[in-house]
Design a protein around this ligand. Structure first.
Ligand code: XMP
Length: 514
């Protein structure tokens, strides 16, 4: 039996709720595979996907509004257990003949619920449970055939069930951490009601991706671009496990990486894992193109184009490689198409590859969230420094040097940045921070060293906390850490006589300076 046949999945029908993705993630944390699908996916398609359970997500609309997203009632007749959450519960209620209405007792935030019946969903859980609510409409009458299983202080219906048809609904959000027993409730749904075993582990993810890659590429040759980041590294290792020496990795080292990163990739892939690796040392090529360029967008464009050209030249030299491995993540897959087109900086594909290259794409991480990629990376034995590396922009240090990118200025920034990161790591803060790095502005100021007057660059410390880089807050680094960074940078990096701290959040600032 292949792994695929034993992999029983739960589909989350996405009604547009802010927590739909989170539901899928929480289910996966229970070691059960879960995918997000649009709420109007035809019932035949759902049946063909053969889910072991279905979750109806929350949503921003009212079920009584004209044109609000609805559910094909045939989904409830599939014989598959269903859990409706918030809007999902309200739909379930409405479609089954209960009453949903707007109430003047909207509930937002933490709210205790009281379990009032013996329910498999609340198996082994306390009667009173702190829960997270976020709804304006409410269920006023339980539909025929359903039993009330929990209520909240202000509203009569917090959970219902029809155990015969295996339909369950909760008004609160079990996927949100503030719901104290949320994860237990999901486990009860998955393990007790859907009867799924917790078998979706990092080892099983690896086995499954390896057999998928083998099925896709047959005996073809494969190429993969390494960036030094965790996504491309994990994708490459999975491909290597699948096809061995028929994979060649290309690492275009544009010379704009941080201190030691080029060697780290070389050591991990070439020496430790023995993956066939072409390490293209292209600093001179990139610096020549960047000479005299000060405009941030022009820098990005030059680096992006040069990167692609270099990669293509190397790939062309490989005999008959038809497949290209890419580290596309599930969040990119979910967001593509719905992503807001507003362009602040031209991030996408800077330091990446164009979509229209003459290769068939192999995307082993397509169904994984970032934290899952990290767990798989650890399982594959990838060094911690790569697994937990903070995000680093494709154009590298070039967009942290304001103005002209020269070898001398790159050296200053690289050394200062290495000190900053060393101290952040030593303080045990590296993983807590989304990003922490040094910036080299294009100004100089006066200082004094010994008896000498200096006229040298400042270094700016930029450290932020963030969930997803869309918004960020400046990190409150301890004063003694700032002091150590400042004194080491000024003393150890020639050409720097001052250290400043960036205390701006995003928005209105961005994380990077360019
Ligand atoms: P900003 O500066 O817009 O950055 O707040 C948000 C996140 O994106 C990263 N970033 C980039 N990544 N190519 C990339 O691959 C780029 O050109 C680029 N510019 C910014 C940045 O480091 C942060 O994590």
């Amino acid at each position: 039996m292949t792994f695929d046949e034993t992999l029983r999945k739960v589909l989350v029908l996405d009604f547009g709720g802010q927590y739909a993705q989170l539901i899928a993630r929480r289910i996966r944390e229970c070691r059960v595979y879960s995918e997000l699908v649009p709420y109007d996916t035809p019932v035949e398609v759902l049946r063909a996907l053969d889910p072991a359970g279905i979750v109806l997500s929350g949503g921003p609309r009212s079920v009584n509004e004209a044109g609000a997203p609805t559910l094909d009632p045939a989904v409830l007749e599939l014989g598959v257990p269903v859990l409706g959450i918030c809007y999902g519960l309200q739909l379930l209620t409405k479609l089954s003949g209960g009453v949903v209405a707007r109430t003047d007792r909207a509930e937002y935030g933490g709210m205790d619920i009281e379990v009032v019946a013996d329910s498999p969903l609340f198996h082994d859980l306390p009667r009173e449970q702190p829960s997270w609510m976020s709804h304006g409409d409410a269920v006023l009458e339980t539909p025929p055939g359903f039993t009330l299983t929990a209520r909240s202080r202000s509203l009569p219906v917090a959970a219902v069930e029809d155990t015969a048809r295996r339909l369950y609904g909760v008004q609160f959000h079990p996927e949100v951490r503030h719901t104290q027993y949320g994860q237990d409730i999901l486990k009860n749904f998955l393990y007790r009601i859907c009867d799924i075993a917790a078998v979706w582990t990092p080892v099983s993810i690896i086995e499954e991706s390896v057999s998928r890659i083998q099925a896709q590429v047959g005996d073809g040759r494969v190429v993969c671009g390494l960036s030094g980041g965790v996504d491309s590294a994990v994708a490459a290792l999975l491909a290597y496990k699948a096809v061995g020496d028929r994979l060649t990795c290309i690492f275009v080292d544009h010379g704009l990486m941080r201190k030691g990163e080029g060697e780290e990739v070389e050591n991990a892939f070439g020496r430790h894992f023995h993956v066939p690796l072409i390490h293209v040392r292209a600093q001179e090529r990139f610096l020549t193109k960047l000479a005299g360029v000060e405009d941030p967008e022009t820098k990005r464009k030059i680096i992006g184009e040069e990167f692609i050209r270099t990669f293509e030249e190397e790939a062309r030299g490989l005999d008959g490689a038809r497949f290209l491995v890419q580290g596309t993540l599930y969040s990119d897959v979910i967001e593509s198409g719905t992503r807001d087109a507003a362009k602040i900086k031209s991030h996408h594909n800077v330091g990446g590859l164009p979509e229209h290259m003459d290769f068939d794409l192999v995307e082993p991480l397509r169904m994984l969230f970032k934290d899952e990629v990290r767990v798989v990376g650890e399982e594959l034995g990838l060094p911690d420094a790569m697994v937990w590396r903070q995000p680093f922009p494709g154009p590298g240090l070039a967009i942290r040097i304001i103005g002209d990118v020269t070898e001398e200025r790159l050296h200053i920034l690289r050394e200062a940045d290495a000190i900053l990161l060393e101290e952040v790591r030593r303080a045990g803060l590296y993983r807590e921070l989304w990003q922490s790095f040094a910036v080299l502005p294009a100004i100089r100021s006066v200082g004094v060293m010994g008896d000498e007057r200096t006229y040298a660059y400042p270094i700016v410390i930029r450290a932020v906390t963030s969930e997803d880089a869309m918004t960020a807050d400046w990190a409150r680094l301890p004063y003694d850490l700032l002091e150590r960074i400042s004194s080491r940078v000024i003393n150890e990096v020639p050409g720097v006589n001052r250290v400043a701290l960036d205390v701006s959040s995003k928005p209105p600032s961005t994380i990077e300076w360019e």
